[in-house]
Design a protein around this ligand. Structure first.
Ligand SMILES: [Zn+2]
Length: 133
């Protein structure tokens, strides 16, 4: 696989594949929504984490083997300041439903997690927002 291969108009494989092993199983609908979000946002979105295999997720995702990233329905975007509101507003409009915020501490470490995990009958209702320590 060519890591520079374009998956969408604005995102390459390298940006979205597992940073640990290179596996990429992004949900096609989520990927299409991510591209639409990028077009609406109108400027680069720096992806700090896209698809994650279970081993990588366990290492970085609070020790959990399965989550939005392993299911292919999530990205983390390095972003801060007024762009955060713009990105979330657009993402809500496109039907994304999970918003994790890390907006304290050094600017370089700030990000927003965006996801669209399918919701079951017994799951917490969405959209939902949470924060990271
Ligand atoms: Zn991996």
């Amino acid at each position: 696989m060519n890591a520079q291969e374009n998956l969408t108009r604005h995102f390459t494989r390298a940006e979205l594949q597992c940073r640990h092993c290179g596996v990429l199983r992004m949900n096609p609908t989520f990927l299409a929504n991510l591209e639409m979000l990028r077009v609406a946002f109108g400027k680069p979105m720096v992806i700090t984490s896209g698809y994650r295999c279970k081993a990588h997720n366990a290492a970085v995702g609070e020790g959990k083997l399965v989550g939005a990233h392993t299911l292919g329905y999530a990205v983390d975007v390095a972003i801060s300041g007024e762009d955060v509101h713009k990105l979330i507003d657009l993402a809500l409009g496109l039907g994304l439903t999970g918003f994790g915020l890390k907006q304290h501490g050094p600017m370089a470490g700030r990000y927003v997690h965006l996801d669209a995990v399918p919701v079951g009958d017994n799951d917490i209702p969405r959209p939902r927002f949470w924060t990271y320590p």
